[in-house]
Write a protein that binds this ligand. Structure first.
Ligand SMILES: Nc1ncnc2c1ncn2[C@@H]1O[C@H](COP(=O)(O)OP(=O)(O)O)[C@@H](O)[C@H]1O
Ligand SMILES: [Mg+2]
Length: 369
């Protein structure tokens, strides 16, 4: 039977990350301190939409018009994902309190005072009949923050344990972590590239979207000179709070260091090592070795990457967030459902220790149903 009575705790989270793989959609019950995942759905981006989103990552002709059109297309996809999710859950739109929709990042330049997530929240509210909360990052940036990462507040609420030093590592297109230490305020920051370079190099050389399980990377050999050059990117030396995006780490940046003689699989092996070692270095340098490292995001499925993290980090337990009952593919989308719930209740969502903002802020803009 379809649930139609308005439930103020039922919130949808829609996440579309820098990987440009598609839309993660979750239905979450926020009535208790640890939000409960009720249903999930994934909608892949059609190839044309991916190409358009990738093109808009850099300045180009007619970009305002192209961005507005893509925002409309994205809103259609977000609505489709919402309908699929609600159909699976047997819940009607009238029962849902809000949608938290992240949008698709095409620029992240907090130092210039902005971060752009393409979206048309007005259209999404119109198409779904549900209140939409969007544009989560701008207010934090206006308050002097990086506008990212925003998931640490959620990680702290869900994974915090007063007796354990726990790190939650999200390996999406970019990698970011939340450091949860007993008797300390939670901190969080971006580590650098997650899957973004691995995906880009894989696609250029094989036509496949990603290196399943990291198999292709394991057929190559790490090139120490190339690795050293890539690790010299100034972002890796930057003190947190810090955040990054495709603006820093992209195929053009990578290829500027490549020599013709390199075998493509050796480059892939080196990129895998770049991701693993920059994450390991960030943990060792800024957080210290935790009792537990719990991983979420698509990178957790890259077995070769997880294996390298196990070798590089002497952590007692390295596991997926599944270990604490949160399926790793849905953590980020759940975070944006939870953030929307906080906004609707006029509660702050940012963690100033993670973003560098002057203080806690209520995030986003509300588009009533
Ligand atoms: N089986 C797998 N093996 C290796 N990598 C995987 C696998 N499954 C997913 N991934 C990686 O995860 C990425 C998607 O991760 P996701 O958390 O959705 O990132 P984002 O939040 O940036 O969209 C894919 O692009 C791919 O690189
Ligand atoms: Mg994704």
């Amino acid at each position: 039977m379809t649930e139609t009575t308005k439930n103020p705790s039922l919130v949808i989270g829609l996440m579309s990350g820098t990987s440009l793989d598609g839309v993660d959609a979750v239905l979450v019950d926020c009535s208790s301190s640890v939000p409960r995942l009720l249903a999930s759905a994934w909608l892949p981006y059609p190839p044309l939409l991916r190409t358009q989103a990738a093109r808009l990552q850099a300045s180009g002709a007619d970009e305002l018009n192209l961005a507005a059109r893509l925002a409309n297309e994205l809103a259609q996809k977000y609505a489709e994902a919402t309908q699929q999710l609600l159909g699976m859950a047997g819940v009607s739109p009238q029962a849902v309190a809000a949608i938290g929709c992240h949008g698709q990042t095409v620029r992240h330049r907090p130092e210039a005072g902005y971060s752009i997530q393409l979206n048309n929240p007005a259209l999404l509210a119109e198409l779904t009949g549900i209140t939409v909360v969007a544009d989560f990052r701008s207010r934090d940036i206006a308050a002097g923050g990086q506008g990212a990462p925003l998931v640490p507040a959620f990680h702290a609420a869900v994974f915090g344990d007063p007796g354990l030093h726990r790190i939650i590592l999200n390996i999406g297109g970019m990698a970011n972590l939340t450091d949860l230490q007993p008797r300390r305020p939670p901190r969080g920051f971006d580590c650098g590239p997650g899957n973004v370079l691995l995906d880009a190099w894989m696609e250029r050389n094989t036509g496949k979207r990603y290196d399943a399980d990291g198999c292709w990377a394991t057929r190559g050999y790490v090139q120490p000179a190339l690795l050293e050059q890539l690790l010299a990117h100034p972002f890796f030396q930057q003190e947190p709070p810090r955040s990054c995006g495709r603006d820093e780490f992209n195929l053009a940046w990578l290829t500027s260091y490549l020599e013709a003689a390199l075998r493509p699989e050796d480059v892939q092996a080196t990129l895998l090592e770049l991701t693993a070692s920059s994450i390991a270095e960030a943990i060792t340098h800024w957080c210290g070795i935790p009792d537990e490292l719990l991983v979420c995001g698509g990178g957790v499925h890259n077995l070769a990457l997880m294996e390298r993290l196990r070798v590089l980090l002497p952590v007692r337990r390295i596991a997926s967030t599944d270990f604490l009952g949160q399926p790793p593919d849905w953590v980020e989308a759940s975070a944006f459902a939870w953030l929307a719930w906080r906004t609707v209740h006029r509660l702050p969502g940012n963690l100033p220790a993670a973003t560098g903002a002057r203080g806690p802020r209520i995030l986003g803009a509300i588009y009533p149903a």
